[in-house]
Write a protein that binds this ligand. Structure first.
Ligand code: NOJ
Length: 528
């Protein structure tokens, strides 16, 4: 386990929308480099960049046409190296996005694979044996695309053909389903390793792996895919012990014990995660909601077993949001609501990930036309808002040439305005990150146990412990004051306030209790 993960806080950058240095309306690597001091001051220790490689950008770069080359709109490979080096100089590590499961149809490997004549790439993708083989398969195929008399399997959108990692249970009646140790899948695995080596050698610190659970086909339980990642992990442990892997799998109990250092909780198959910040059903309020109608239990009932199953092997990553998940945390929440949400995110075990702009409460913008395969996701991909200059300081291009429009709201949050206001959410987030990094008990691997977590109650109290330190965190998400009595023995010494409300933890004849004003939090140390 790379030791730096223990107190890591990541920041996700969607490169299109972060900072445009050359004025063409699209964010770029030079723009990110120029903003590194901001990120250092924020206190994050790692960056994750969405794919920045050559691509026709039909899916925002998740359709890679050359894994070894930076897309010209972002700069050059030399710029990416410079980003690695400059970031490291400021104590920041950079993770790239590894789109392991598929390529663009424009990738030369796929173009070669489309040829009727056998060649080196014929078996690099998953193809049926004939263009007429498509009925009766419970996966979609793309029929009639290529001169090759066969259909290919898309991994996501139709223009993202699945690379061939083989089938866990190939059907003997369909010999085109190759076993995982067939030459095609072996060559693809070797190439993936070469891609990782290439970027790690140039200074990358690891990868976020796109659709990490999707690689091997017909793989119930993901076991063959997990075995493949175990193989990569053993290689990394040997060759690059400082490199980290975080999976887009959203099944930590499978992903982490089998090779990933971290796995994300994500909305698409984790209702407990959704129940924190987003409305899962029209009727159900999220836990972080002023109405007080939500509950922490749906999250905890999911999280506690996952934490128990994974804590000896790696870390669960709880993101504030990402480029696929809307609405943004900032929608419908003011600085107090956001402060309570960040107090939670930055004191939980595992590794927090902040989606760019969430630290200032950037809001998503509904109703935008789909951009680069974004569809509804386009709402959460609008430009970062830096200051009061045109285009909120994102770009010097004319507004109509921007990758996406900047939030037109007159009260849109900006970094500059919030830097000047010590009560802003940006300052709260900075202080909470600093707190996390200063206290080992709050680190990724510190103990975690709920103390007061009753169904349907907006008060949630939990205990973090490690390195001889015990920290209690109390949250009240509701717009009304809240109170909860602590089980005896929870408070071992008079609490020392670390963040939030000063007098939240109190004592009476019956023992210790916590009382919080509306929408508030408190973090205290209580001995070891
Ligand atoms: C997951 C990525 O997060 C998403 O943006 C992309 O569209 C799909 N994988 C396909 O690569």
């Amino acid at each position: 386990m790379p030791p730096w993960l223990e107190n890591a806080v990541f920041y996700q950058i969607y490169p299109q929308s972060f900072s445009d240095a050359n004025g063409d309306g699209v964010g770029d690597l030079a723009g990110i480099i120029a903003r590194l001091p901001y990120l250092r001051d924020l206190g994050v220790t790692g960056l994750w960049l969405n794919p920045c490689f050559l691509s026709p950008f039909r899916d925002a770069g998740y359709d890679v046409a050359d894994f070894y080359q930076v897309a010209p709109r972002y700069g050059t490979n030399a710029d990416l190296r410079a980003l690695f080096a400059e970031a490291r100089g400021l104590g920041l590590r950079v993770m790239l996005d590894l789109v392991a499961g598929h390529t663009s149809i424009e990738h030369p490997w796929f173009q070669a694979s489309c040829q009727p004549e056998r060649n080196r790439y014929t078996d690099w993708y998953v193809w049926t044996d004939s263009v007429w083989t498509w009925s009766g398969l419970n996966q979609p195929v793309v029929a009639g695309y290529a001169a090759r008399d066969a259909n290919y399997f898309p991994n996501f959108f139709w223009f993202q053909p699945a690379l061939n990692y083989g089938y866990a249970r190939p059907d003997p009646a369909r010999p085109w389903q190759q076993p995982v140790d067939a030459p095609g899948p072996r060559a693809v695995r070797a190439e993936l390793r070469a891609i990782m080596r290439h970027w790690l050698d140039l200074g990358a610190s690891g990868f976020r792996v796109d659709m990490a659970g999707s690689l091997v086909k017909n793989d119930p339980g993901g076991h063959a895919t997990a075995a493949l990642w175990r193989e990569f992990r053993s290689w990394l442990d040997e060759a690059y012990p400082d490199a980290a892997l975080v999976s887009e799998w959203s099944d930590p109990a499978v992903a982490i014990p089998q090779g990933f250092h971290m796995d994300f909780l994500l909305p698409f198959n984790k209702p407990g995660y959704t129940s924190l910040f987003r409305r899962a059903l029209p009727a159900a309020a999220p836990y972080f909601d002023r109405s007080g109608g939500g509950s922490i239990r749906p999250f905890l009932d999911e999280f506690l077993p996952l934490h128990a199953a994974t804590r000896d092997h790696g870390f669960i990553a709880i993101p504030t949001g990402n480029h696929d998940a809307g609405p943004r945390l900032g929608n419908g929440r003011d600085v107090r609501d956001l402060a309570v949400a960040f107090a939670f995110l930055l004191t939980m075990p595992g590794v927090p990930f902040i989606y760019y702009g969430d630290e200032i409460g950037l809001r998503s913008i509904d109703g935008l036309p789909s951009k680069e395969g974004g569809y509804g996701r386009t709402a959460v991909r609008t430009p970062m808002q830096w200051d009061a200059s045109p285009n909120a300081g994102f770009s010097a291009a004319p507004a109509e040439r921007l990758y996406l429009p900047v939030d037109p709201a007159p009260d849109r949050p900006t970094v500059a305005a919030q830097t000047a206001d010590s009560a802003s959410i940006l300052h709260v987030v900075r202080r909470l990150i600093a707190l996390r990094r200063a206290h080992p008990a709050l680190g990724a691997g510190g103990d975690f146990a709920p103390v007061c977590a009753e169904a349907g109650r907006p008060i949630f109290v939990y205990r973090r412990a490690g390195s001889g330190e015990v920290i209690l965190v109390a949250l009240n998400t509701a717009g009304a004051p809240g109170e909860a009595r602590l089980p005896s023995g929870t408070m071992t010494t008079i609490p020392r306030v670390l963040a939030g409300e000063a007098a939240a933890f109190r004592q009476d004849a019956a023992g210790w209790f916590v009382r919080l004003p509306p929408v508030a939090y408190a973090v205290v140390a209580t001995g070891g």
